[in-house]
Design a protein around this ligand. Structure first.
Ligand SMILES: [Mg+2]
Length: 272
């Protein structure tokens, strides 16, 4: 029987979805499963500034162990270099960064690691025109400008929210003739400026097709992860972390709950 005092304090959007299947069940069900985690807000608590984010060393050790046994991919809006800072000594771990505009994966057998930046040439043309007015606006109105090499994020969690919240159309208008080469995607108190045609969902779809996985387990916490949950081509167990409308079939309430699932996955793959 449900506890009514508990449920009354839960956001209604949290109640609608079940928690994901237990890690041990997923491990048993298929050997060709890819485990994918977004980073910020999923494996690590969000902070006001991206550079203040910390990653629990115990969870890192578990990811390290899991990635020795089964395929694990980190799929993030951060650049690959920025992600690898958190995952030192994880040689088997693979990465999709910059919302799909970069990836680092194990190449064909014997060829070692393969790094690709897929950012189109027009990105630099757009950048030269669009970035000066963005930087200027951030200086005047607040907000953090984060350049990730192949994409840009403007954070307004900490300052500048009144200015930036309604600026999608303005951001879309920047870049002159090159404006169409960039898409504006909303994040949590942020705007992401990403080369047109890339998203986590599109890139993960290509990756899964290339490597032939039977099943993909994906954990993510924000609107950009919805491009994965909405990709019906993926054989997906999609888990939305935290609140918000979602196309995912499962939900976990917070980063701690993801950590528990990861710990269970580490035990399950060690015993398998
Ligand atoms: Mg996130």
């Amino acid at each position: 029987m449900e506890n009514s005092s508990f449920n009354s304090s839960v956001n209604p959007t949290l109640k609608k979805l079940p928690i994901p299947p237990a890690a041990s069940e997923v491990v048993r069900a298929s050997k060709r499963t890819l485990y994918v985690f977004d980073f910020d807000g999923t494996l690590a608590e969000l902070k006001d500034h991206a550079e203040d984010v910390r990653f629990d060393p115990e969870v890192k050790s578990q990811i390290q162990l899991i990635s020795q046994k089964v395929p694990v991919l980190i799929c993030s809006g951060r650049g690959v270099a920025g992600l690898k800072f958190f995952f030192t000594e994880c040689p088997h771990l693979e990465f999709i960064g910059n919302h799909g505009a970069e990836w680092e994966v194990s190449g064909s057998e014997g060829l070692g690691r393969e790094f690709k930046r897929l950012t189109p040439p027009a990105w630099s043309e757009w950048y030269a025109r669009a970035v000066p007015p963005i930087r200027e606006a951030a200086q005047i109105h607040g907000g953090d400008f984060e350049d990730k090499g192949g994409s840009i994020t403007i954070h307004f969690r900490n300052s500048g929210a009144d200015f930036w919240r309604e600026k999608r159309a303005w951001l879309e208008s920047l870049g002159g003739n090159y404006g169409h080469t960039v898409q504006v995607m909303s994040g949590i108190c942020s705007w992401n400026l990403i080369p047109e045609g890339f998203s986590k969902g599109v890139t993960l779809g290509r990756y899964v097709m290339k490597y032939g996985y039977e099943r993909v387990v994906y954990f993510g916490d924000e609107p950009t992860d919805e491009t994965v949950f909405a990709n019906k081509e993926l054989p997906l167990i999609g888990v939305r972390v935290g609140e918000g409308p979602t196309s995912a079939h499962y939900r976990l309430p917070d980063v701690n709950a993801v950590h528990q699932w990861v710990a269970e996955l580490a035990r399950a793959v060690a015993e398998d």
